[in-house]
Design a protein around this ligand. Sequence first.
Ligand SMILES: Nc1nc2c(ncn2[C@@H]2O[C@H](COP(=O)(O)OP(=O)(O)OP(=O)(O)O)[C@@H](O)[C@H]2O)c(=O)[nH]1
Ligand SMILES: [Mg+2]
Length: 433
Amino acid sequence: MFYAKGKARLAKTPRVARYGRILAGNSTIDDVLLTYFPHGNSFTGEESLEINCHGNPLIVRQILNQLYLLGIEPAAPGEFSRRAVLNGKLNLHQAEAIREIIEARGERELQAARWMQDGHFRNELLQMRSSLFNLTADVTAELDFVEEDIEFSSNQNKINSLEAVLQYVQKLGERAEGGNLLHSGLQIAIIGAPNTGKSSLLNLLSGKEKAIVSDIPGTTRDYIEESIQIAGVPVTFVDTAGLRHNSEDVLEKTGMERSILKSREARFILVLLDGKKEPQLAIEESPLGSEFLKKLQLENKEHLKVLINKSDTLHADWPVDNSALPGLLQNLQVEYISVKTQANLPVLLQWLTESIDKTLGSESLLLASWQSDLLRQIEKELEAALVLLEANEAPEITATVLRNVLDLMGQITGEISNEDLLGRIFSRFCVGK
Ligand SMILES: Nc1nc2c(ncn2[C@@H]2O[C@H](COP(=O)(O)OP(=O)(O)OP(=O)(O)O)[C@@H](O)[C@H]2O)c(=O)[nH]1
Ligand SMILES: [Mg+2]
């Protein structure tokens, strides 16, 4: 079925792309490049052949059909990576990192995935396992000398080294939270009274005419989302329906309710006030000076910024003293911006970048659910071992718990393979990986 120009059959020159034609009977399917990889020198470690054809799915389908006629079977999701792991070409962490590299949504996530791929996380785990191994060895050795009451290291030393491992594992949980955010992204809600310029700000930040802007109060009826990257992280800005009390319009009210719910979910909040208006009025109308304050649950927000918009036509009574502002505002730094002239936009972006960095921390870790699950089990077992050590329990019980932890750690580093775990890991991969 393959015809190489000038040669009747494929020469098995390793890793050299050979140009030729795939035929079905006498008719041509496509002009292709074939590359042969001998045993031990391919991604999976197995003898393999790569076909580069034109991208039309019809052509791909026809070539696949020819291959199926030869008895070749399609790969299951993740089968290539699974075989690579089983043949020792990749470890589990590298396989997982490949999936993360493919699925990364932002530059920071990509960076974190490469860090995993380079084996840094696995090295951390191996180090931790080795210190736990020493501890287990000490406890186990003491078993032989129970009668003599010999200790290889003091109980306090053992407690200290176990606590260090436990703290490391607990910290991993926090780092993984940062990693989750790298993938899922952050929500930033833009809230305020009608006509303060929320939709204008969304459009400016996203660089798109996404939301309708008009000087009619109540233009935005439902929330509108748009995602961009800030500091290498996907963030979603949520433009919301302007909040006002005196609306009789059922649809507008529903839009406001939905917007409030959405704002509650958001980690970051930008509150816009209309700087064109007299300060007291602008504050009273804003959600900060009204009954909406409670509903929005703004007190719990770690990242909240108040923006006095329309600084290009700022009312003469601004700026106001902080003590004139409602309680929540008094401790906040207020920024004057103009969406129209883009005045102070860099200040806003700087604040967003810094707050995002603070939220994520510098050691964000991408953990797959199998890794998180194992870490949770490890944490529990370590806590149990600590209780046993602190109570100076019989060493055989402590040794059993510690050996269990070592086993779990071996699974997470990939040194102990477990069929169920492999199935769970690779079923989440896409076909062809
Ligand atoms: N002068 C000036 N006008 C602005 C500025 N930002 C927005 N506007 C104008 O303010 C009006 C309201 O803007 P929108 O972005 O629609 O306001 P909104 O907060 O989304 O309003 P609702 O959807 O009704 O809640 C429009 O006429 C904008 O052109 C600004 O910085 N300066
Ligand atoms: Mg709007």
